[in-house]
Ligand binder design. Structure first.
Ligand SMILES: NC(=O)c1ccc[n+]([C@@H]2O[C@H](COP(=O)([O-])OP(=O)(O)OC[C@H]3O[C@@H](n4cnc5c(N)ncnc54)[C@H](OP(=O)(O)O)[C@@H]3O)[C@@H](O)[C@H]2O)c1
Length: 331
């Protein structure tokens, strides 16, 4: 069991006097740059020349420069470009220019854990990983709340890396919820596993297989779509806010009996063995090696999966039915 870090240790003052550069202005970059600014931190955003995000960033009143000019002038570098872009940004721009004692701060441990990026030994290397997408990180902050976060230290060259991570977690709003301490290894491996087994891989295959089962058995696409995909959110919301036990107290007896007796037949011994196999591939580096090869080849598998999803009857019927529910966009 890990306890949340005590509130008294989560003090944004550890960041005062430090000059922060947020590199990237996507989902997390936008949210975190704004949160830091509103927490009174000296922050600038680093964007490559010609970046489409430059205008949006300036419109929000944020200082924008190139990563090259920030590398010489700032001392905390928040790596909020995509994981696969981080090694080249570090090698090409940061490594030759950073001052000794500067800090590299990550929102996910992938590049460091799989050694795609090997930082100089005179740098602090830390992680503050939000447990939420960028939009929630910002929305909760503006409401005076926050999403939980994970902190970790990979390299402590100055002796101040942990305090810096805790200060950043506070400035980004995570201290208003809960902050847990972990390692780059545990954060990366659990995050990848959950994406593959549950959140992306498991869920999409489950929905698709169930939809196809109903359609092949002769039921209309529309009914199959509503019950196998649309209603996932209703149950996900209950599980999210009340846990599985709370959800089971909120559903009908018919649903509860089907859940208790049929669920373990869908996710049985074979699925559990497959999960153990996925975890082994994540832990021994086989998944990361496969991903490297995929990206080097121009992401053909990812593109093929996107094309197949777009062409699937789930998408045709879904696009048609979602037009009747414009409120879905509101979340
Ligand atoms: N997405 C999330 O909610 C989430 C949650 C937890 C952790 N994380 C972690 O947070 C980090 C950032 O993820 P993200 O999803 O926020 O990234 P993202 O939205 O994909 O980042 C886009 C930004 O990165 C810049 N960028 C893209 N490729 C670049 C390159 N080759 N060189 C320089 N800049 C480049 C883009 O610049 P242009 O404007 O020039 O295109 C854009 O500003 C990752 O480590 C991710 O694992 C993300």
């Amino acid at each position: 069991m890990i306890e949340p870090i005590p509130a008294a240790e989560l003090d944004p003052a550890a960041l005062r006097g430090r000059r922060v550069a947020v590199l990237g202005f996507g989902s997390q970059g936008c949210a975190q740059a704004l949160n830091l600014r509103d927490s009174g931190i000296d922050v600038a955003v680093g964007l490559r020349t010609g970046s489409a995000s430059r205008a949006a960033c300036a419109e929000l009143g944020l200082l924008v420069e190139t990563p090259e000019s920030l590398a010489r002038a700032r001392d905390v570098f928040v790596m909020l470009v995509p994981d696969e872009a981080q090694p080249a940004l570090y090698e090409g721009v940061l490594a030759p220019a950073l001052r000794p004692g500067a800090a590299l701060l990550f929102a996910h441990g992938y590049s460091i854990h799989y050694r795609a990026l090997r930082p100089r030994p005179d740098l602090d290397v830390l992680m503050v990983a939000p447990l939420g997408i960028g939009e929630q990180v910002r929305r909760q902050y503006t409401r005076g709340r926050g999403v939980p976060g994970l902190v970790a230290v990979h390299q402590d060259a100055t002796g101040g890396a942990r305090a810096l991570a805790l200060g950043y977690a506070a400035a980004n709003g995570h201290a208003r919820a809960a902050v847990f301490e972990t390692t780059f290894q545990a954060e990366t491996e659990t995050d990848l596993f959950a994406e593959q087994a549950v959140l992306c891989g498991g869920l999409t295959e489950l929905i698709t297989a169930a939809f196809e089962t109903l359609v092949v058995a002769g039921y209309p696409d529309e009914l199959a779509y509503f019950c196998c995909l649309h209603e996932v959110k209703l149950i996900a919301d209950l599980v999210h806010s009340r846990g599985i036990a709370g959800m089971r107290r909120s559903i009908s007896s018919t649903a509860a009996f089907g859940d208790a007796t049929r669920g373990p037949r869908v996710i049985g011994a074979t699925s559990r063995a497959a999960m153990r196999e996925l975890l082994a591939e994540i832990r021994d580096g086989r998944f990361a090696a496969e991903l490297d090869a995929e990206m080097a080849a121009g992401a053909p598998t990812i593109e093929d999966a996107r094309r197949r999803a777009e062409a699937h009857p789930l998408e045709t019927v879904g696009a048609r039915l979602r037009r009747h529910m414009p409120w879905l966009e509101e979340g």
